[in-house]
Each structure stands twice: as structure tokens, then as C-alpha cells.
Design a protein around this ligand. Structure first.
Ligand code: 1EE
Ligand code: MN
Ligand code: MN
Ligand code: MN
Length: 305
């Protein structure tokens, strides 16, 4: 396949500095070359430039202008790459960028299904978010069934955005830290979700197989996978903004990636929330290495020695 890499050095979906360095540190770890070594024709489309907004007062959520403008750019870039028939990889940056990656992907592939690999559901609405950080809310902006929970007129920077996902198109893997509003939404809509408890109970193969069976039963839908590095255990990936103990092992993360690659249906992929300024130097090295390994496994690298 032809692969396009898009850098989204974005941090305004949350409060910590450093997550905007994600694309740089993943490239410096040789990501592009490692993907090329797999035989792919890789086009690095560089980093998107995001407009800075001086006055960006909180309006339910933090940095609405910055996030609205940035995600609009991300959407256009991902849409173009998918239309160019590229397997499109977007490097974050915080998880708010997925408002753009999924919207853009859906313009070109309306029948997509979504795998959300994360310690968190990121489905708070602007009214339920406990932090105001948009990286905890991206799915509420995208899902048809939640469109009436968004104060669209107040959030005019998002007026370009039309919900494009059915809540039944989503499967969560790795959940272990939900807010009350999120728990309510997951239960109300009976969303397919496999927490770490289920990973322990069924094993990762069964969990990813059931996830795909739920959202792509006929194996005929393009897959969008949004991989938050904090889905993996912080002992392995401590360089991230919202670490939660008891996450996926390195091997479980790799298994998810390998299994999704083998469907042959992966169409767009996000790797987000790598923050090299959080934790120790060892945390940074481990986190960047894990991110790069997961990405190359998504693109066909096999653990066979
Ligand atoms: N659910 C959180 C975390 C979002 C993480 C976004 B990411 O993209 O990294 O998945 C808040 C989580 N929770 C709030 C209460 C605290 O005691 C513990 C953290 C939120 O701020 O919405
Ligand atoms: Mn290729
Ligand atoms: Mn997370
Ligand atoms: Mn996330």
C-alpha cells in the first residue's frame, strides 16, 4: 500500500506542554525508514501548522478556537490523503486531533468503522467534561446520536464539523478510567467496549476479534484505528499526559496492531498522546519505542524474529 504520514503537533486539547513534540520524536526514532523497510511507498507530508489564538476564552471547553481551527485543518489533510488512496497515518499531538482525522476519513470513506484503543473513552460532551480538555471529548463531536448534546451555536469554531459516525460503528479496547458522563453514555447506547477487565477475562485475541466482529461483521468496512499510547501500561509508556495504572502490555498492544493489519482493511490510523516532556528519560525512550513498534506492526511488521 502507499502510506502517507501527517504530523499534527497539537497540544491545545489539553493543558500539558510537550505533547506537540510527538511527531518530532517519533520521526527521530526512525519511524519513516522503518515503514519504508516494510516495502511501503511512504510519503511524509510533514507537520501541519496550527494557528495560534491569543484570545481564546473557555466556552464550555478550553481553547475552542484553537481546537476548532486545528481539527478543520487535520480533517482536510486526512481527507485528501485518503482520496489519494494512501493508508493515512496521523501522528499526534493530543487526542483532540481525532475530531479531524475521523471527520476527514469519513468524508472519503463514509462506511468506516472505528477502533478506539485507549484507557479513556474520550466521549465526554462539552457539558459533562470534568476538565474542559477537548482531548477527553472528541467522540461527542463526531457521533450522530450525541449531536444534540453539543452547544453548536456557542462553539462556532466547530461550525464546519458535521457528525459522521454512528455510535454502533465504535469499539473501545483498553478502558479503565471513565467519567460519570461517559459511563452513562456507554450504558445508554450499549456501546461495544472491552475494558482491561475484559482483556484479562477473555484475552486480547478474543477482545480484538469480538471488537471487529461487532463493528465490521462482514469484513467489508474500512477501518479507522485511533491508538492512544496511554492505552498501554504506564510502566511501559509513562511519557503521556493522563497515565492510568494497569494498562495493556507491550505484547497486547502489538497483537492489536498485527491483528488489525491482517484484516487488510486498515485505512487510517492515529497515534496520539506521546508526550516526551512527561516522566523520566527512560519513560520517553520506552514510550517512543512502543509507539513506533505499534505503528510498524499496524503496517505489517511481524514479531517472528
Ligand atoms: N476523562 C478525562 C481524561 C481524558 C483523557 C484524554 B485522552 O485522550 O488521553 O484519552 C478526565 C479523567 N479523570 C478526571 C477525574 C480525575 O480524578 C481522574 C482523571 C477528561 O479530562 O475528560
Ligand atoms: Mn506499499
Ligand atoms: Mn487516554
Ligand atoms: Mn485518548
Amino acid at each position: 500500500r502507499d502510506v502517507a504520514i501527517i504530523g499534527a503537533p497539537f497540544k491545545k486539547g489539553q493543558r500539558l506542554a510537550g505533547v506537540e513534540q510527538g511527531p518530532r520524536v517519533m520521526r527521530e526514532a526512525g519511524l519513516i525508514e522503518k515503514i519504508r523497510e516494510l516495502g511501503h511507498n511512504v510519503e511524509d507530508r510533514g507537520d501541519l501548522n496550527f494557528e495560534v489564538f491569543k484570545d481564546d476564552p473557555r466556552n464550555y471547553v478550553l481553547n475552542p478556537k484553537a481546537v476548532g481551527a486545528a481539527t478543520k485543518k487535520v480533517s482536510a489533510a486526512v481527507e485528501q490523503a485518503v482520496r489519494d488512496n494512501k493508508l493515512t497515518v496521523t501522528l499526534g499531538g493530543d487526542h483532540s486531533i481525532s475530531i479531524g482525522t475521523i471527520h476527514g476519513h469519513a468524508q472519503a470513506e463514509p462506511n468506516l468503522c472505528l477502533l478506539w484503543i485507549d484507557a479513556h473513552a474520550d466521549i465526554n460532551t462539552p457539558l459533562t467534561t470534568p476538565s474542559g480538555n477537548i482531548h477527553g471529548t472528541p467522540l461527542s463531536f463526531l457521533v450522530n446520536q450525541l449531536k444534540d448534546t453539543i452547544p453548536w451555536t456557542a462553539l462556532s469554531p466547530f461550525d464546519w464539523l458535521k457528525p459522521c459516525l454512528n455510535i454502533t460503528d465504535i469499539a473501545f479496547v483498553g478502558l479503565r478510567d471513565l467519567d460519570p458522563g461517559e459511563r452513562y453514555i456507554l450504558q445508554k447506547f450499549n456501546i461495544t467496549s472491552f475494558s482491561i477487565h475484559e482483556v484479562d477475562r477473555y484475552g486480547i485475541h478474543e477482545v480484538i476479534a469480538r471488537s471487529l466482529d461487532a463493528v465490521n461483521p462482514k469484513g467489508d468496512r474500512p477501518i479507522h484505528m485511533s491508538f492512544d499510547i496511554d492505552s498501554v501500561d504506564p510502566a511501559v509508556t509513562g511519557a503521556t499526559g493522563t497515565p492510568v495504572p494497569g494498562g495493556l502490555t507491550f505484547r497486547e498492544g502489538m497483537f492489536i496492531a498485527e491483528h488489525v493489519y491482517r484484516t487488510g482493511l486498515l485505512s487510517a490510523l492515529d497515534l496520539v498522546e506521546v508526550n516526551p516532556e512527561v516522566g523520566s528519560r527512560q519513560d520517553k525512550a520506552n514510550t517512543v519505542m512502543t509507539a513506533v513498534e505499534v505503528l510498524t506492526a499496524c503496517l505489517g511488521k511481524k514479531r517472528e524474529g
